[in-house]
Design a protein around this ligand. Structure first.
Ligand SMILES: Cc1cn([C@H]2C[C@H](O)[C@@H](COP(=O)(O)OP(=O)(O)OP(=O)(O)O)O2)c(=O)[nH]c1=O
Length: 220
């Protein structure tokens, strides 16, 4: 049986690069959806899952016969949801609120085939270091915050705002590969992993990338 074509429903260069590392062929069609979902009290997991689902189904409607992968990343700080900052003032507020504290990053992942859709999510706990106001200003001047949930990039080689994280690193960058591998297998797309025995239970994808920084980096 031939495997269905795979479409990544994303405009994110980071998601494109992470999926590319799995070695399965795919094309890209960004999803254009309303990112407002639920009410103010909605749990971050539900928001990330609902938006990933919405993106996958929107692009699946344009690609009958393909399977469509989409994701959505949100940052949750003490019950508040931080999305992408609208302007420099919002980026300042987010980076000051996150400074020296712990928060959660949740990415919802959805795979759609026609009108069927499967959804997963992954949570990573991130501890920020106590960076200075000058470092925040430099990051904003570089333009890094504006397409990132929470106004930062864990992969930013200049700012390096994260002290440490627990769980999946790729999840923070925008695409946790363990559930992606599982969902693709479910529709008959096998990822050519060579060393599955080496994968850690806490994060089945990060060891694949040890020592290999993202080319897409922080700014793109
Ligand atoms: C927290 C964090 C987020 N991000 C990025 C991942 C996502 O691209 C973005 C969150 O926004 P999303 O709305 O999840 O995604 P997007 O609009 O960039 O792309 P698309 O919907 O087309 O797939 O923030 C990082 O690159 N590094 C980080 O450390």
């Amino acid at each position: 049986m031939s495997t269905p074509p795979l479409v990544l429903a994303s405009a994110s260069p980071r998601r494109r690069e992470l999926l590319g590392r799995l070695g399965v062929p795919f094309t890209v069609t960004p999803a254009d959806v309303d990112e407002n979902v639920g009410g103010p009290g909605m749990r971050p997991e539900r928001v990330a899952r609902a938006l990933a689902r919405r993106k996958a189904l929107a692009v699946a409607a344009q690609h009958p016969g393909s399977v469509v992968l989409a994701a959505d990343t949100v940052v949750a700080l003490r019950g508040r949801l931080l999305g992408k900052p609208a302007d420099a003032a919002e980026a300042w507020a987010m980076l000051r609120a996150l400074r020296g504290r712990r928060h959660r990053v949740i990415t919802g992942v959805a795979l759609a085939a026609g009108r069927r859709v499967w959804v997963r999510h992954v949570v990573t706990t991130v501890h920020m270091r106590s960076y200075s106001d000058d470092e925040i200003a430099a990051s904003i001047a570089a333009g890094t915050p504006f397409d990132k949930a929470g106004a930062y990039a864990i992969q930013d080689p200049d700012f390096r705002p994260v002290a440490c994280h627990e769980g999946c690193y790729c999840n923070v960058v925008g695409l946790p590969l363990a559930p992606v591998i599982e969902l693709l297998a479910g529709v008959g797309i096998q990822v050519p992993l060579t060393e599955p025995a080496d994968l850690l239970p806490a994060c089945a994808c990060c060891p694949l990338f040890a020592g290999a920084p993202l080319d897409a980096g922080a700014g793109q």
